[in-house]
Design a protein around this ligand. Structure first.
Ligand code: SAH
Ligand code: SF4
Length: 349
């Protein structure tokens, strides 16, 4: 080949190791003629220790480091902007992905508890009418590496809890989310216990049942937002496909299998779902299902017609539910709830 031609030829694209898990790394190392145990070491370097260069892997012979760097890389999402809310000091991070798409991740501190809210898709296909992410439409699923990397990028922050409540519907990106959860949960990965992780969904019953079988003891939160099919159909179009009866049956199944109380999130929107009748219907709907209800005052989204319920209405709603439902939470004083902060995610692209 002519030298000029060689110079203009692009180098072959390197494999990004972030997002690969032990079995994938074993396969790769086998192809390189390396020992199998190196895969576990490599996983631990990438996830537990957060290495970004092969030269950081001091227990790897120099030759192996070089071999790896010729064919592989450990890519990171790029921090573009960090904003701190003056109201509640939640931190919003804007990241750019390798194809230029952008996602947001939220961090909130509450005493010793540091919760990070992860995105799972760019945009969301479910189009809930009150939601900023829903309004954006759907761009693409995040890869396993991009989901995990939101935590790695903030690893200096001593994160204690994770919620999958950012942009996107996690159960519609099931395989990538599940693999990310395994990496997040494993001791060679990020070592978060199942009880420190909560996945929030708009309610996809077959996927909720599937998740219940996974032997991952993570918490489940359902964005309920309305107590009847009629109202829920209006706010969350996915309800037309999977009505409440089917959703609640899948939640019961999850609760039985995983033996964890499920949380129902209910965003209070002025004169839409905040009537006393709604509270009554809601308590009937959830009767006999040991669960938690998390009430969230709606946060206004520009260009959407909805408003936050009045404080009086919110308190009356809570006072009707409790003690009819055993656990009801509501945060008014501190400004926003982590969920409310997550619920506002929308990136201008
Ligand atoms: N798609 C998943 C997870 C992300 S949405 C789900 O719907 O559960 C995160 C949460 O934010 C949902 O519970 C949603 O009801 C809530 N939310 C969306 N927009 C909001 C807003 N403007 N104010 C308060 N909460 C909002
Ligand atoms: Fe998607 Fe959740 Fe927003 Fe609905 S509430 S549009 S499911 S992100």
């Amino acid at each position: 080949m002519e030298t000029a031609q060689l110079l203009t030829q692009k180098p072959p694209k390197k494999i990004n190791l972030k997002g690969l898990w032990i079995e994938d790394l074993e396969r790769l190392l086998r192809e390189l003629g390396e020992k199998r145990y190196r895969a576990r070491q490599l996983a631990s370097w990438i996830y537990a220790k957060g290495a970004t260069e092969f030269d950081q892997m001091t227990d790897f012979p120099k030759k192996l480091r070089k071999k790896l760097s010729q064919i592989a890389s450990i890519d990171s999402i790029k921090l573009v902007k960090k904003q701190v809310s003056p109201k509640d000091f939640s931190e919003k991070y804007l990241f750019e992905l390798s194809d230029g798409e952008k996602i947001e991740t939220v961090l909130m501190r509450e005493g010793k508890r540091v919760t990070v809210c992860l995105s799972t898709q760019v945009g969301c296909p479910l189009g809930c009418t009150f939601c900023a992410t829903g309004k954006m439409g759907f761009k693409r699923n995040l890869t396993t590496g991009e989901i995990v990397d939101q935590i790695l990028a903030l690893r200096r922050e001593r994160i204690t809890h994770l919620v999958l409540m950012g942009m996107g519907e996690p159960l519609l990106n099931y395989d990538n989310v599940l693999k990310a959860l395994r990496i997040i949960n494993h001791e060679l990965g990020l070592s978060f216990a199942g009880k420190a992780i909560t996945l929030s969904t708009a309610g996809i019953p077959p996927m909720i049942r599937k998740l219940a079988e996974e032997n991952l003891r993570i918490g489940l939160a359902i964005s309920l937002n309305a107590p009847t099919d009629e109202k829920r159909d209006q706010l969350m179009p996915i309800n037309r496909k999977y009505p409440l009866k089917e959703l609640i049956a899948s939640v019961r199944y999850f609760k039985q299998r995983v033996k964890r109380r499920v949380t129902f999130e209910y965003v209070l929107i002025k004169e839409i779902n905040d009537f006393k009748k709604d509270a009554q219907t809601l308590s009937q709907l959830l009767q006999g299902l040991p669960c938690k209800i998390n009430l969230i005052p709606y946060n206004r989204v520009p260009d959407l017609p909805y408003q936050r319920s009045s404080e009086e209405k919110i308190l009356a709603f809570r006072d009707y539910l409790y003690p009819r439902c055993p656990v009801v939470t509501l945060r008014l004083s501190k400004g926003e709830d982590i969920l409310a902060a997550c619920g506002q995610l929308r990136t201008q692209s």
